[in-house]
Design a protein around this ligand. Structure first.
Ligand SMILES: NC(=O)c1ccc[n+]([C@@H]2O[C@H](COP(=O)([O-])OP(=O)(O)OC[C@H]3O[C@@H](n4cnc5c(N)ncnc54)[C@H](OP(=O)(O)O)[C@@H]3O)[C@@H](O)[C@H]2O)c1
Length: 304
């Protein structure tokens, strides 16, 4: 594949998983030129610029912005934060990428899509939009690589950290459902590997999980080991979960997505194992214990 132009990374400022931000750093470390797209000029944009990226500001829902930022790039990572307008952003990117012509479009999706069909969908608008987005990209004829990670370990910052800090408990409505969360940094390592040499990956779908699938008691034991204090799992009612999320004041789209994640975990739909991380990066994915050790302060610190 002829190398021409920078690699475009969307959603590069980073909010939750910050896959785009990590991908930007990994590509720059490899000496590859990166155009990092952000929504606004702020400290995160300044940090990307200081790291060596060409920073461009734009809105993924504005076709003229998207055309301006894609122009001159042959490889694209497309990802943005969970949003009610996700499908619109994907189709806008697809229309522009077709118009300009790209060699590779690496699309962030979700592992749940692997189990979705016309007859079997979920109540999460985000997951439905990923399912539709994947189909629209397939119809587009673009050279696409699809990344389907399971729940990010970083989601525990949002979902579990306050109760772990306050009460030493992970309070989620996952029942006995098993889960295999993956670090967003591992997801970013996969995306960077694909963008650095997309040819062999075009048309492929990569499912990404952590190293083991276990119920939340198992996850809590890994938290305990990492923090050197007892962390337990408390299976809370779905209504308490929904009430708690609503108190955060997040958009309805995200509330519905998190409620659906709870239901799907309980139904065993996150009990999956895939080898995508190791296959593409040559390194096994990070465990819950390693992740919590790295971020011990977020969870109230490690007891000495
Ligand atoms: N979290 C999980 O457990 C999980 C699991 C599997 C898959 N995923 C998928 O991963 C993706 C999220 O990735 P992530 O966690 O790396 O993203 P992120 O860090 O939450 O956000 C990426 C960036 O997208 C930007 N953005 C949002 N709307 C935009 C718009 N209209 N125009 C331009 N930029 C916009 C945000 O900018 P600002 O910060 O400036 O607002 C944000 O910095 C979603 O597709 C999600 O479905 C997530």
């Amino acid at each position: 594949m002829v190398d021409s132009g920078s690699i475009l990374v969307t959603g590069a400022a980073g909010q939750l998983g910050a896959v785009g931000r990590t991908v930007t750093g990994l590509l720059l470390d490899r000496g590859l030129p990166v155009r990092a797209m952000v929504r606004r000029e702020d400290d995160r944009a300044a940090a990307l610029r200081a790291a060596g990226a060409e920073v461009v500001v734009g809105d993924l829902l504005d076709p003229a912005d998207v055309s301006r930022i894609v122009s001159g790039c042959r490889r694209v990572y497309f990802g943005m934060s969970v949003s009610a307008a996700y499908l619109e952003a994907t189709v806008t990117m697809a229309a522009v990428a077709r118009d300009i012509g790209v060699d590779a479009l690496v699309n962030m999706s979700q592992m749940t899509v692997s189990e979705m069909s016309i007859q079997n969908t979920t109540s999460s608008g985000q997951q439905r939009q990923h399912w539709l987005s994947e189909q629209a990209l397939a119809w587009s004829g673009l050279p696409v690589v699809t990344i389907r990670p399971t729940m990010f370990l970083e989601s525990f910052f949002q979902l579990a950290a306050p109760a772990v800090r306050a009460r030493g408990r992970i309070e989620v409505p996952f029942g006995r459902g098993k889960t295999s969360p993956v670090a967003a940094t591992d997801v970013a390592r996969v995306v960077a590997a694909v963008l650095a040499d997309p040819g062999p990956h075009l048309g492929r779908i990569y499912e990404l999980t952590g190293p083991r699938s276990q119920d939340m008691h198992g996850v809590a034991r890994e938290f305990s080991d990492a923090l050197n204090r007892e962390i337990t799992y408390s299976d809370i009612p779905a209504e308490d979960w929904e009430r708690g999320i609503k108190k955060w004041g997040v958009p309805e789209h995200l509330t519905r997505h998190l409620v659906a994640m709870g239901e799907l975990h309980r139904a065993g739909r996150y009990d999956r194992l895939a080898d995508g991380v190791e296959r593409l990066t040559g390194r096994p994915p990070m465990s819950v214990r390693e992740f919590v050790s790295l971020h011990a302060e977020e969870f109230g610190g490690r007891r000495l």
